[in-house]
Design a protein around this ligand. Structure first.
Ligand SMILES: Cc1cc2nc3c(=O)[nH]c(=O)nc-3n(C[C@H](O)[C@H](O)[C@H](O)COP(=O)(O)OP(=O)(O)OC[C@H]3O[C@@H](n4cnc5c(N)ncnc54)[C@H](O)[C@@H]3O)c2cc1C
Length: 434
């Protein structure tokens, strides 16, 4: 039996980040994970632009350690392919030289999560229990949480639970009220390959928006040693409505699609296709209650357009640690004080998730994507914007400015036409919000 103030359930990016920020502030915590690290996690393995700053906030040396690892691959751009087959190459920065900083990194979760867990193992403030599967939780009469492992060997009493046990969290469903909502949930598949032909020399990540998967996409992300992470994500409601067998459809695409079949002709799958869910942050939900906070996937915080969840998970870990410290200082773990976490998440992620959800709804229309892809091929500013959508979330803001589209599409000097266009897009936005 452990009796602690703070227990973190799950040592993925959300839980590990929370525990490391607590440790940095000298606050002890107990971290428990059912896996023994290194462990795999079904994922695209792409680290978006938000991850390096989060790593640096844990420890300024961490981004350098990641970049120096032979297990990661830097990426310098995005290859975007539209439903009409048009492919556009979108460099992260206009000109490439060997010194150009990469737009992101790709690293198997086996290795990335271990990087964080190794930090946890070194911190005296952190007690890490691996291989402990928590299967039961109960709020006791004194307001503390009692959690217990499936084998009954481990029991933990905690005043505050930071729930970071991922997309299948029973706590989120049973206590937090996060039932799986097919309209705000994505089904994802991943399979590692070796020998995919035609990967970009600067390790571009590939996003293939085929009509069959919209508003989701098929991805090919290069990895070190000639391997690639190949997968697909599709809205769970669309999978159900179209009665799709996603595994079969992915296989069909790789073996029959004219743009892919040659590239996969001699490629060797390194595992069977494996699936996992992505709880999307396209719907605002409560993230706290009496004595608990929901972090990362357990709080449904994945970006609804890109499927990116690692950086949001880390951000939520950092904000949860700050709230936990406030609660500890006030010696109060009630729902009132913990609700500041909801506010902090909303302030930091609310706008981004809202914008992404709107974009996701636009991406359901193949003609819209084709239109932008056709234009972007000859319009560097528009192609920059599409790149930023995937590699730079701050710049995503500009994608919801009506003037931006109109200027990209009509050119900067057509004043009255541009103004009329802006009014029209504003009208459309108002209609959309309704
Ligand atoms: C197919 C797919 C592709 C994706 N691609 C990307 C991508 O390219 N880039 C990106 O940024 N995001 C991607 N994501 C999303 C990303 O994987 C998640 O958002 C991210 O892993 C969330 O981190 P987390 O710490 O919240 O949860 P997790 O990483 O799932 O960690 C949860 C931890 O809790 C532990 N745990 C679970 N249950 C228990 C239990 N009962 N008791 C104890 N411990 C438990 C697990 O062992 C695990 O270590 C993808 C997701 C999927 C499914």
């Amino acid at each position: 039996m452990y009796d602690v103030d703070i227990c973190v359930l799950g040592a993925g990016p959300a839980g590990a980040t929370a525990a490391l920020h607590l440790a940095k502030a000298g606050v002890p915590c107990l971290v428990v994970d059912r896996a023994v690290f290194p462990r795999d996690k079904i994922c695209g393995d792409a680290l978006g632009s938000g991850v390096l700053p989060e790593l640096a906030l844990i420890d300024a040396a961490l981004p350098g350690r990641l970049a120096a690892s032979s297990r990661q691959l830097p990426t310098w751009g995005v290859h975007f392919s539209a439903p009409n087959g048009r492919g556009i190459q979108l460099p992260a920065l206009p000109a490439f030289t060997p010194d150009t900083p990469p737009g992101g990194h790709i690293i198997k979760r086996l290795d990335f999560d271990l990087l964080l867990v190794e930090e946890l193992r070194q911190r005296p403030e952190v007690t890490l229990l691996e291989g402990v599967n928590i299967s039961r939780q109960e709020c006791t009469a004194d307001g503390r949480w009692l959690v217990e492992s499936a084998d009954g060997q481990t029991r933990i009493r905690a005043r505050l639970l930071l729930v970071a046990n991922g997309a299948q969290s029973a706590f989120s469903r049973q206590v937090g009220g996060h039932a799986l909502d097919p309209a705000h949930h994505c089904a994802g598949l991943r399979v590692y390959y070796r020998g995919v032909r035609g990967l970009h020399p600067h390790n571009y990540i590939e996003l293939h928006f085929h009509q069959e998967f919209l508003p989701g996409y098929l991805w090919i992300f290069p990895l070190p040693n000639g391997e690639a992470n190949v997968g697909v994500g599709m809205l769970t409601s669309a999978v159900a409505a179209q009665k799709v067998n996603l595994r079969e459809r992915l296989q069909q695409m790789l073996t029959q699609h004219p743009a892919l079949k040659e590239r996969f002709a001699d490629a060797e799958p390194l595992e069977t296709v494996r699936g996992f869910g992505l709880p999307l942050g396209s719907k605002r939900r409560s993230l706290s209650g009496e004595g608990y906070l929901l972090l990362g996937d357990a709080g449904s915080l994945i970006d609804p357009v890109t499927g990116e969840g690692i950086s949001n998970a880390m951000l939520s870990g950092r904000l949860a640690a700050a709230t936990a410290r406030q609660a500890l200082a006030a010696q109060s773990f009630g729902a009132g004080i913990l609700a500041t976490y909801d506010d902090a998440i909303h302030q930091n992620l609310g706008r981004q998730l809202e914008l992404s959800y709107r974009m996701q709804r636009l991406l359901r229309f193949p003609r819209v994507i084709n239109f932008f892809a056709n234009r972007a091929a000859n319009n560097p500013r528009l192609s920059d914007a599409i790149t930023n959508m995937f590699l730079n979330r701050d710049l995503r803001q500009q994608l919801w400015q009506p003037g931006f589209y109109v200027r990209q599409l009509l050119g900067p000097r057509r004043g009255p036409v541009v103004r009329a266009g802006i009014r029209m897009v504003r009208e459309l936005q108002r209609w959309w919000r309704k």
